[in-house]
Design a protein around this ligand. Structure first.
Ligand code: SF4
Length: 376
């Protein structure tokens, strides 16, 4: 837990605090048709089960806006309306009782003008809900594009600051801000510039990050770099994926890797080498699948041999060490039990079930396990 967090003010989205000393929040966005209430609620429930703390839905038209109250009544995490272009949809969403509205200043201001935005800010103020000033590199106002010649981090930050000032002049301070880019260096630069100028909570994200493979890498680098420097109060990993819970899983992996938040087990695995004595890919995949439903925050390691495995996994709370046809479970470097290969996962789950946080230090760490070696 070594990251010093930049101080921000605390903003409440429904009953979930964002910023200040609140945990860094994980959020996601539905890809269902918001007008299809059943499908949207079902997806939100899956995301919530995965650990999603705030959920955003697109509001492209009046019918979608009219579905918001019905969605909200069936979920238990705060609901955020995502609005582009049409300020009247923002007003309709606020009337429906959403917990936050995201507006994109680049397109809503251009289209609505000051009067429209003013109406949204005053409605949010009256409803006591926050707004997200969500600047996106793909939709920066024409006047800023003209000034900077390109959607630069400076242009995005100027856009955000202009709109923050506009809201502040109306006596509104309930804001969360984002300046998303699809290019990671621009994204990092924009948030660094912005965080030096405001103390509103920052929503981090790499926009249009891509597939679970490339999008995870971009998000881990972009979001992770900022979090490592104490910048960021909530994050959304945006992935082009058939399973939106991937976004939540990746978000928690980023937070767990930086030791910012615990969320279920943290899995490590050796890469395998010429000493590997087990089907390491299968064993690791089996352990990962078995841990998916485990909530206990443990470090679990999967190691491929008895030569280096126990020693290298001594920092893990529990280690599964593979051997030839037989493996072993270690706790902080101490042998707990051996098991046949097909019984390793049940043995691991049994140890997790019985897990007590206080480590026992009775025997020597890095003890080599007495595996029964099968002749080849
Ligand atoms: S733990 Fe064993 S199998 Fe895994 S990389 Fe190290 S030496 Fe190779």
């Amino acid at each position: 837990m070594g990251v010093m967090r930049r101080p921000t003010r605390k903003v409440y989205v429904g009953n979930v605090a964002v910023g200040g000393d609140a945990p860094i929040r994980v959020q996601s966005m539905c890809d269902t048709d918001t007008r299809d209430v059943d499908a949207t609620v079902a997806q939100i429930h899956r995301l919530e089960e995965a650990g999603c703390e705030l959920i955003r839905v697109a509001v492209p038209d009046r019918k979608a806006a009219a579905a918001l109250q019905r969605i909200k009544s069936r979920i238990s995490i705060p609901l955020i309306a995502d609005i582009h272009f049409d300020y009247e949809l923002a007003l309709a969403a606020i009337e429906q009782g959403v917990d936050k509205v995201r507006i994109n200043p680049g397109n809503i201001f251009v289209k609505a003008g000051q009067k429209g935005i003013e109406a949204v800010v005053l409605a949010a103020k009256q409803a006591k809900i926050p707004l997200r000033i969500g600047v996106n590199c793909g939709s920066i106002e024409p006047r800023l594009l003209e000034k900077y010649g390109y959607p630069t981090p400076e242009a995005a930050v100027e856009s955000a600051l202009d709109h923050i000032r506009f809201c502040e002049e109306l006596g509104f301070h309930d804001m969360i801000v984002s300046v998303k880019f699809s290019e990671v260096p621009n994204m990092i630069r924009a948030y660094e510039l912005l965080s030096a100028k405001i103390d509103y909570p920052l929503h981090l994200g790499v926009t249009e990050a891509g597939t679970p493979w490339s999008g995870t890498i971009k998000s881990a680098i972009g979001i992770g770099s900022l979090l490592a420097h104490g910048i960021g109060d909530t994050l959304r990993v945006s992935l082009t994926t058939p399973d939106k819970t991937d976004e939540v899983k990746v978000a928690y992996e980023i937070l767990k890797s930086l030791e910012i938040r615990a969320h279920g087990p943290m899995l490590t695995a050796c890469p395998g080498c010429g000493r590997t004595e087990v089907d390491l890919l299968k064993l690791t995949a089996d352990v990962e699948a078995a841990l998916a439903s485990v909530k206990t925050p443990l470090r679990v390691a999967v190691m491929g041999c008895v030569v280096n495995g126990p020693g290298e996994a001594a920092g893990a709370d529990l280690a599964v060490v593979g051997g030839r046809g037989r493996g072993a479970i270690y706790r902080k470097g101490k042998l707990l039990r051996t098991a046949s290969e097909d019984q390793l996962i049940p043995a691991l789950l049994a140890e997790i079930e019985n897990w007590q946080p206080e480590p026992e230090q009775e025997s020597k760490p890095n003890e080599v396990i007495p595996l029964r070696v099968k002749s080849r």
